[in-house]
Design a protein around this ligand. Structure first.
Ligand SMILES: Nc1ncnc2c1ncn2[C@@H]1O[C@H](COP(=O)(O)OP(=O)(O)OP(=O)(O)O)[C@@H](O)[C@H]1O
Ligand SMILES: [Mg+2]
Length: 452
């Protein structure tokens, strides 16, 4: 607003000066045009006479006065409210002397304000003389000052009004942010259940919604972590109790019993370290560095998986189908998952039963499966078995923890895929189980070299 005021002032001042200049130019032009004395019909032969005719014909504005000088003496002047007073002013006399050869002098008097004195010498009529145009700019300046004062007043009032409205509005607009801030401060790591009220439909509500979604994810993450620790602690306690029980009952003096207990405890601690290993894999599965994906050739991977699985037991191992091409997966983790599935298949079948491994790829999806001819998984167990420590029907002597399938699921999900279970032979008895990893596969690469 101040800038606008200053600009108006500068532009208006320039306009005033231009207008006065034009006025002066016009007077001079009119004066120069006057050549013929109307009384005689001849050219003027006397400066006094010329000035007399010009001044008597001319009716200047309020803020202009014309004065005629003949041989340095003032001959006459047009009427003006300042009149004689200005002419007596020493500054005026000084300006008159300075501009004697023609031109404009500006003088700043306390009494009359800004005054322009323009001297137009006349010499062509025999005797020396001059026309002096005196312009008073005070009135124009006063008017401009008054306008600017009004402008300043209005600007200040507007500023006050805008400030008041802005203060009120910003308080109203920022209220949700304050609520958000207060709630956010109240939320601690131990209590993530609180949510920020979502009201309205503006950017702040969007922000609130985003924060709430983030809190939900954090809450779920923390709950899962707590649950995980609970489960792990619980499961570790059992083998420890077993260890302790055996040690308590041990008769150290009986070498046979010592040997027997030693073997037992060794196998129990093996089991425990397997459990801890599984738990570590599960805990890691949430970390971004869990996977190290690299291009893997499916035509090699599938038979390799079968060859590795063969070591798990004496079964009729078969290769169902082998997919072609390359996929971007973590080969070690995929092997780990398939071996878990094969291990389960071996556990739920008997020597001579069929266990088959296969892979297929269609429409950007890679399927890797392990099927067996065992008892299969009953419908009501199918959700629970993928949970941590979730087990379905267990064969006698099975020392599993129920972590295998949750590791398989973690690996599948880390790849952005899933794992499912179905009957290997729908309607057959026994139905058999078919576990299938479904992973997103990058579009098939077309290799220019024929595969051998
Ligand atoms: N091939 C299968 N046939 C029938 N049931 C199965 C099969 N695979 C898994 N299951 C069922 O799913 C449950 C969970 O399997 P999971 O691999 O998670 O645990 P586990 O094999 O019992 O123990 P762990 O793998 O930790 O040694 C098993 O207890 C079993 O009841
Ligand atoms: Mg298992």
């Amino acid at each position: 607003m101040a800038g606008a005021g200053l600009l108006v002032h500068a532009l208006e001042s320039a306009r005033i000066e231009r207008a006065v200049n034009e006025q002066i130019d016009q007077e001079i032009a009119e004066f120069r045009e006057l050549r013929i004395d109307p009384n005689t019909g001849q050219a003027f032969d006397d400066v006094g006479r010329l000035l007399n005719v010009f001044l008597s014909r001319n009716v200047p504005d309020d803020d202009e006065m014309l004065v005629g000088y003949v041989r340095g003496e003032r001959a006459e002047r047009t009427a003006n409210r300042y009149g004689q007073e200005v002419l007596d002013e020493p500054a005026y006399q000084q300006a008159l002397a300075d501009a004697a050869g023609g031109g404009t002098e500006v003088l700043d008097s306390e009494q009359f304000g800004e005054v322009w004195v323009t001297v137009v010498p006349v010499s062509n009529t025999g005797s020396q003389g001059s026309l002096v145009i005196v312009n008073f700019l005070a009135d124009e300046h006063v008017e401009l000052d008054r306008t600017l004062r009004t402008y300043t007043l209005v600007a200040l009032l507007s500023l006050g009004l805008i400030t008041t409205i802005a203060a009120f509005q910003s308080g109203r607009l920022l209220a949700p942010l304050r609520v958000l801030e207060e709630t956010a401060r109240d939320i601690t790591a131990t209590d993530l259940s609180r949510r920020i009220p979502e009201q309205g439909n503006d950017d702040i509500t969007d922000l609130t919604r985003t924060i709430n979604r983030m809190l939900e994810r954090l809450d779920a993450g923390f709950t899962a972590q707590r649950q995980f620790l609970d489960d792990a602690g619980h499961e570790l306690r059992t083998p420890l109790t077993v260890l302790r029980g055996h040690l308590e009952l041990l008769d150290p003096d009986d070498p046979d019993e010592v040997r027997e207990t030693r073997n037992l405890l060794l196998s129990e601690s093996d089991r425990m370290s397997r459990l801890v290993g599984d738990l570590i894999v599960l805990a890691k599965s949430r970390r971004p560095d869990f996977l190290a994906p690299a291009p893997v050739d499916l035509a090699t991977l599938t038979p390799t998986l079968l060859a590795t699985a063969r070591g798990l037991g004496d079964r009729d191992w078969q290769l169902d189908e082998v997919a072609d091409g390359t996929v971007e997966v973590d080969e070690q983790r995929i092997t780990q998952a398939v071996l878990q599935l094969a291990d389960n298949a071996v556990k739920h079948t008997s020597p001579g039963d069929t266990v088959a491994i296969g892979s297929a790829r269609d429409r950007g999806v890679l399927r890797l499966w392990v099927r067996d001819t065992g008892p299969g998984v009953p419908e009501h167990h199918r959700d629970a078995i993928f949970e941590r420590f979730g087990r379905g029907d267990v064969r006698p002597g099975d020392e599993g923890f129920g972590l295998g399938l949750s590791i398989v699921r973690a690996i599948a999900e880390a790849h952005g895929g899933t794992v499912t279970v179905s009957d290997a032979r729908p309607g057959g008895t026994p139905p058999g189980a078919r576990f299938e990893l479904v992973l997103p596969a990058t579009p098939e690469e077309t290799s220019p070299w024929p595969r051998s």
